[in-house]
Design a protein around this ligand. Structure first.
Ligand code: ADP
Ligand code: ASP
Ligand code: MG
Length: 404
């Protein structure tokens, strides 16, 4: 069977008009004799509204019920798409995760798909039907509804492409593909024709929300090529594929940035083996994601200052956990909202000396202060004040010739 998986993101199904447009795209693939499996996210804004409601009902809303609640947006979008296709003369129906089922493991809110039961869908495709499958959701061993992390319908699409051995997997979104940086933040951003899984994974993990990071890991493990394109125009998009398919590399492929980060500094922490573990263990147990970390030894060698970053959403919880932590001694704790991480990403930096220097010098030429630095083989990240993000994007985009 020549199968294509088409995934539509929230903005692509954000209004009735857009759902009608999406239904036309699906119809065109049928004309090309593809068997089409559709994956949809919730209409844009709906999942955010549901998350808000969960917080209003309870500060400690049950995670099982959170998944039941926030996965409900996809049900609405899928039935509307199916309804439109039926209106257009096609055979179509919606399927929720539990109806296949799509099996997941791991914690609620952040489960991972490991198995998809194909029988019903294969039968339906053979009968000429177009299944519209809800992204972002599945069930676990206890038969409870799970979700797979914000932006997770990207991963649903990749896993469907894997299990159904699809010939193509296309992610439709509201931009024309993956750009050198978020085109909604920098108008000079350029569309990238082809990008490796490794670079895309870094870009996504470092803030490029166009693809969910887990979905790129799944695609890389299973060698699934992903086409990212716009559901509004019919221009060529971006291909995400393995490195060996890419002939030309720039030094830097893209720049990502985060927002809503906060910085926490513990001043005068009594330095002894295991102190960092004592600080971070309770945070990790409470699902707080600690990102950049720096530790400075103080002059007397007995005390240390420890700085780390977290999402601002987790700030209050973090304050509480640290203040209640009896295992650590420190003199003072400082919190700063409004910091952002800017990262440059590219496999080209492995073989090109001087990239770090060029990054730091460009930032300093605009008087942008670097607070924390972290690097890996193919990325350099710095923490800066959020008010400087735009300036930093402009100067780095130019420095690494991404404007061209
Ligand atoms: P969808 O609803 O289709 O899943 P998302 O909102 O999750 O769409 O992702 C698309 C958005 O990602 C774009 O509107 C854009 O603002 C943002 N984005 C961030 N970084 C990039 C990038 N490097 N290239 C393209 N889009 C990006
Ligand atoms: N609707 C979900 C979310 O907003 C999943 C997705 O968009 O992929 O996170
Ligand atoms: Mg998304």
């Amino acid at each position: 069977m020549k199968i294509v998986v088409l995934k539509f993101g929230g903005t692509s199904v954000g209004t009735i008009e857009k759902i009608k447009k999406v239904s036309r795209i699906i119809g065109e693939f049928r004309k090309k004799k593809y068997k089409v499996i559709v994956v949809s996210s919730a209409m844009s804004g709906v999942t955010n509204e549901l998350v808000k409601k969960s917080r209003l009902i309870s500060e400690n809303f049950s995670e099982n019920e959170y998944d039941v609640l926030v996965s409900s947006g996809e049900q609405m979008a899928c039935s509307l798409i199916a309804g439109r296709l039926i209106n257009n003369g096609f055979k179509s129906r919606s399927w929720l995760g539990w109806q296949l089922p799509i099996f997941t493991y791991g914690p609620h809110k952040n489960s991972r798909i490991y198995q998809i039961n194909k029988n019903k869908i294969i039968k339906y495709l053979r009968e000429g039907g177009i299944p519209i499958i809800a992204g972002f959701q599945g069930i676990n061993k206890e038969n409870r509804i799970t979700t797979i992390g914000r932006g997770g319908s990207d991963a649903s699409a990749i896993m469907l492409a894997k299990f159904f051995k699809a010939k193509r997997c296309i992610i439709y979104t509201d931009v024309e593909g993956v750009f050198t940086t978020d085109p909604n933040k920098l108008s000079k951003a350029k569309k990238i024709k082809v990008i490796s899984y490794e670079e895309m994974l870094e870009m996504a993990s470092l803030g490029a929300k166009v693809m969910q990071p887990v979905s790129i890991q799944d695609a890389r493990l299973n060698r699934i090529d992903i086409e990212v394109k716009s559901s509004f125009t019919n221009r060529p998009g971006t291909l995400i594929t393995k490195k060996s398919n890419i002939t030309k590399n720039k030094i830097i492929t893209g720049i990502s940035s985060t927002h809503n980060d906060s910085k926490v500094t513990l001043v005068g922490v009594k330095d002894r083996p295991g102190v960092a573990a004592s600080i971070f263990k309770p945070l990790s147990i409470n699902s707080i994601n600690v990102d950049m970390v720096v530790q400075n030894i103080s002059a007397n060698g007995k005390e240390t200052d420890l700085t780390f970053t977290i999402k601002t959403d987790d700030l209050n919880k973090t304050k509480r956990i640290i203040k209640e932590n009896k295992k650590i001694n420190f003199r003072k704790i400082l919190f700063e909202k409004g910091v952002s991480k800017i990262s440059i990403i590219g496999v080209g930096m492995i073989t090109t000396p001087g990239v770090t220097f060029r990054m730091f010098q460009s930032l300093s030429s605009k008087n942008i202060n670097i607070q924390v630095i972290s690097t890996s083989e193919i990325k350099i990240s710095v923490l800066i004040n959020s008010k400087d993000v735009k300036k930093a994007l402009i100067v780095l985009h130019k420095e690494f010739k991404l404007d061209k």
